[in-house]
Design a protein around this ligand. Structure first.
Ligand SMILES: Nc1ncnc2c1ncn2[C@@H]1O[C@H](COP(=O)(O)OP(=O)(O)OP(=O)(O)O)[C@@H](O)[C@H]1O
Length: 592
């Protein structure tokens, strides 16, 4: 994912620290989990002492009562362990689910608010991986690894103290295993930590190919590229498995040594401790308890070992999640921004220059024009000449690089984004529909619209007859991205959707390009009246001469510059480029 539009304040704490901080919203649940962990550790630590008591004061003294008591207490300790184990995992899971829920919402609303420039430079699949897999890694860290580490540290410290109190010499020998195992773990982590970030990145890349193929399945089949695409996916899948195998290899390079250490220490305890028992300096019960503690002390080291990769993975994931959460929203309300609630129709572009983020050349070069109230402006030009770019700047999808855009004398950057965008009705060049009914798709920006209102705009968009011919009418479900509708039908739904909004300025970006000429002309006639009544200014980016001829004024774009403007007749007379474009279209029409 490109990183240029986003940045993280250097003063921000480490991402994992921030994840821990977000637990504060679930502090009582987290405290419940912590408390259960401490009690669980205590229940584990007390068991060897019960053994010692049962052997020394019970078996060795042939006192059956003590043996039975110690056995009874051991059962009690086992039940307590079960209960505290349940409490620990239940509460830890609940807190982690809460944090994941908050993070998912946070990242989703951030994605909604990020500027177009961020989305231009980021890969959708990487964003998807961050919202799903990365947040899941963080959740697993909180519910499992964090608890493992806390319980391991508490166990390690408490058992070390108990061992030192029982027999400090033997304890010191036993505890040498801790720094040695710790060193092995540190080696393991330094080898693998970068691999975990790599795994998540590769997962994102793999998702990218999957997503492209799902979206472009028709293109893939039409060009018979199935095997190439499969090979592309397999190559990335291989790379992911290779990186995963590297981490697994590192685990196998480390853990056998830790087990070897533990076995060596057991030998020492049995040898040295056995001699101490024979010498009368140590009881058998103490030796058995000591050996049990030895297992208890190795367990936390292994737990930390198992948790460490997950923690490294969660740290990498947290970094990736907070990268999006902290990404700068480039286009936002200025302080004291005012509401855009009325429009006379004087839109001014003054010496506007614009360069897309990351682009090497300017898409607009010193564009200046001013509209009059109620004007219908057509924007014409060769492909890539900057027509859509002009219209991207008015609702502030991007801000001008220099120059200014004003509506009735006020800079668009002085309006709140919400009021500005909700009063600019746009029909985009590419139509996006959502899975759901046709009614819901048309009423997307006005969910409380009545059926009559929806029907009215559908009629204007020449879609009503088609919709009523369907068995379920307006309740017909359209598939993902409008599957089941033709390109022209989708465009007409998009027009209807925009007409239902509370627009004051209307922008139609090549919005009837996929509609047949006859229907487009019908839409045009319907729209003409509407545009002049309801909108204070209308912009139509169009290729068809009919649309251009209807316009009050035509802006002619060429390579980012506004090269001519005027009515159809004026431009025919004045502009060789306009003449050339018209001529090519007439020829094209004749050929058709
Ligand atoms: N998101 C973007 N990032 C970088 N460059 C872009 C981006 N969008 C457009 N451009 C570039 O800006 C220039 C103007 O593009 P624009 O989409 O405004 O052209 P257009 O006149 O609307 O073209 P068309 O008729 O093909 O839709 C083109 O050179 C294009 O490559």
């Amino acid at each position: 994912m490109a990183r240029s539009p986003d940045f993280r304040e250097p003063s921000l704490p480490h991402p994992l620290q921030r994840v821990l901080g977000s637990l504060s919203a679930y502090r009582w649940t987290a405290i419940g989990a912590l408390f259960s962990t401490l009690l669980l550790t205590a229940a584990y630590a007390v068991t060897p002492q019960l053994f010692r008591w049962g052997i020394d004061a019970g078996i060795a003294q042939r006192n059956l009562r003590v043996v039975l008591y110690s056995a009874g207490w051991m059962v009690g300790a086992a039940i307590a362990r079960g209960l505290f184990n349940f409490g620990q995992s239940f509460w830890a899971e609940a807190a982690s689910q809460g944090v994941a829920y908050d993070l998912r919402n946070k990242i989703f609303s951030k994605i909604q608010n990020l500027s177009f420039s961020y989305h231009d430079q980021s890969q959708t699949s990487q964003l998807l991986t961050r919202v799903t897999s990365d947040i899941e890694q963080i959740r697993t860290f909180l519910s499992t690894s964090l608890m493992q580490v806390i319980s391991a540290i508490v166990t390690l410290v408490s058992v070390a103290v108990i061992l030192l109190l029982m027999n400090w010499r033997l304890a010191l020998i036993t505890l040498t295993v801790v720094p040695m195992a710790g060193w092995l773990m540190a080696q393991f982590l330094s080898k693998t930590s970068s691999l975990f970030g790599q795994v998540q990145q590769q997962l994102g890349d793999l998702n990218a190919v999957l997503q492209e193929n799902l979206f472009g399945v028709r293109v893939v089949k039409a060009f018979v590229r199935e095997s190439t695409e499969t090979a592309r996916y397999t190559t990335l899948n291989d790379a992911l498995v290779k990186t995963n195998m590297k981490t697994i290899r590192a685990i196998h390079d480390t853990f056998p040594f830790i087990f070897l250490l533990s076995n060596l220490v057991t030998v020492v305890v049995v040898g040295y401790g056995g001699a101490a028992v024979i010498g009368g300096r140590f009881s058998i019960g103490e030796l058995v308890a000591f050996n049990s503690y030895l297992l208890l002390i190795l367990q936390p080291i292994l737990l930390i070992g198992f948790a460490a990769p997950a923690i490294a993975q969660a740290a990498a994931s947290a970094e990736r999640v907070y990268e999006v959460v902290d990404a700068r929203i480039e286009i936002r309300d200025r302080p004291h921004a005012s509401l855009f609630d009325s429009c006379v129709g004087r839109i001014t572009f003054e010496h506007v220059f614009f360069r897309y983020p990351g682009a090497t050349t300017e898409a607009l070069k010193g564009v200046s024009f001013e509209t009059k109230p109620k004007e219908l402006i057509a924007i014409l030009g060769m492909t890539g000449s900057g027509k859509s770019t002009i219209m991207n700047l008015l609702p502030r999808f991007y801000d001008v690089t220099s120059g200014s855009i004003r509506i009735d004398g006020r800079d668009v950057r002085d309006f709140t984004l919400e009021s500005l965008r909700s009063h600019i009705g746009i029909v985009f060049q590419e139509t996006t529909l959502f899975s759901g009914t046709l009614y819901k798709n048309i009423a997307y920006a006005k969910p409380d619209a009545t059926l009559e209102e929806v029907i009215e705009v559908a009629k204007t968009a020449q879609m009503h007859d088609f919709i009523t011919s369907l068995p379920d009418g307006y309740e017909t479900i359209v598939g993902e991205r409008g599957v089941g509708l033709s390109g022209g039908q989708k465009q007409r739904i998009a027009i209807a959707r925009t007409l239902l909004t509370d627009y004051k300025i209307l922008i139609l970006d090549d919005s009837t390009s996929a509609v047949d000429a006859k229907t487009a002309a019908q839409i045009q006639t319907e729209l003409d009246n509407l545009m002049r009544q309801k909108a204070c200014t209308t912009f139509v980016i169009a290729q068809r001469i009919s649309t251009v001829q209807n316009a009050d004024r035509i802006l002619l774009m060429d390579k980012g510059r506004l090269v001519a403007q005027g009515t159809h007749e004026e431009l025919m007379f004045n502009s060789p480029l306009y003449g050339a474009i018209l001529e090519s279209q007439v020829k094209q029409k004749e050929r058709v």
